[in-house]
Design a binder for this molecule. Sequence first.
Ligand code: SF4
Length: 477
Amino acid sequence: MSTDTPVHEGPGILVERPFPAAARDALKDAQLRRNIGKATTTIRAKRRNAVAEMPDWEALRDAGYAIKRDALRRLDENLLKLDASVTAAGGTVHWARDGAEANRIVGDILAGHGAEEVLKIKSLTTDETGLNGALEARGIDAIETDLAEVIVQKGGDRSSHILVPAIHRNRAEIRAIFKRELPDTDDLTDDPKALTAAARRYLREKFMTVPCAVSGANFAVAETGSVAIFESEGNGRMCLTLPRVLITVMGIEKVVPRWDDMAAFLQLLPRSSTAERMNPYNSVWSGTRAGEGPEEFHLVLLDNGRTAVLADEAARDTLNCIRCSACLNICPVYERTGGRAYGSTYPGPIGAILTPQLDPSAEAATLPFASSLCGACYEVCPVKIDIPRILVHLRSKANAAKGTTGEALAMAAMARVFGSERLYALAQRAVAVGQRPFVRDGQIRALPGPLAGWTAMRDLAPVPKQSFRGWWAERKR
Ligand code: SF4
């Protein structure tokens, strides 16, 4: 699929195609691979340098992991405390079981204010619920304000990265989108400054005239009822301070008990995501305050499958994720396919474990197989999520759900062979003879029937004529 082809916004978390089919299409797009390869290589190097400056980085990762693990163990207490603190500070808390309920709550609040437009701060959680589409159905235009989200929205496209949603676009493509969609862009060049200025002109007008905004949240602090957003551009801060009505949609796993807990994340997040020592804009708000910021604040706490993730002890650490995107930038599979092949809001390694837990479809169950299990994602994760271990756990669940398949029977037979020295030696001899018609120039390039899958993507080295055991026995004679 060419990157010029508009991909209209999907239904959030629901995966529409199995990963292998989507990845095969993505691999045909050389421009996409070049754009993503260039961007991830640059950001990988920057992150490495930013992390190397911190002698206590490993201790910080341990602290981040411990805080998230304990916060999740007491999630019920923390959420009730957050509800009480936000209410005491003048905000209103809403509980949403799923995305549809969250969208309805947000739509009702906006409709109650007669809103026809709403400002949006970049938010994966509202992408997950498909909020923009739900608001559009009620006649309310959601206006994205993050520069990359503007590119994605105006391009009729779909995000391909957690942090840099338009990573698959180059400057020339962005210029074409802006010229088509933004006002006063007849003389627009592809100079980054000119592109940013065009977006700024368009956004300033919206900031000054639209009175309602919707945001996500990076964290919420139970003891104070504070909600925090960390960002690089400052567009988020405009949405948090200028409108009269602010609605925040937050996944329930984002709550931490105390202010002190934020110290670790304020160091871990920026270095892992944008490779900065600190996020340029750290905005924190607690309820409402007369004469300052929004007059009305609503916090929507979204479950949407998270309590089920929490209940699975082997996969629970998935909820530790602070959405830094370091695992995407290091992943060899993501680098080649890009994010859209994952088919949902969450691409890359975190998407491969989070999406199938939130979306029970057979299409989403293909995502845990989108990994070479190289372990690079675990090494960079600032909150030490053992993604490879969770991938294997989800793979076995997906295989169990398929029931008795030819593959399952073959694997059971192989387990028997590998468990018996006699059967293994017999099998080795049988394969050495049986493979002969397929060996060409020392390689097996195509196997027949159900074995064809092994050679569809790679050549196979043939079993040697003499096994190590045979060689050893001969040597001792
Ligand atoms: S899984 Fe870890 S590395 Fe990946 S986005 Fe989440 S916190 Fe970052």
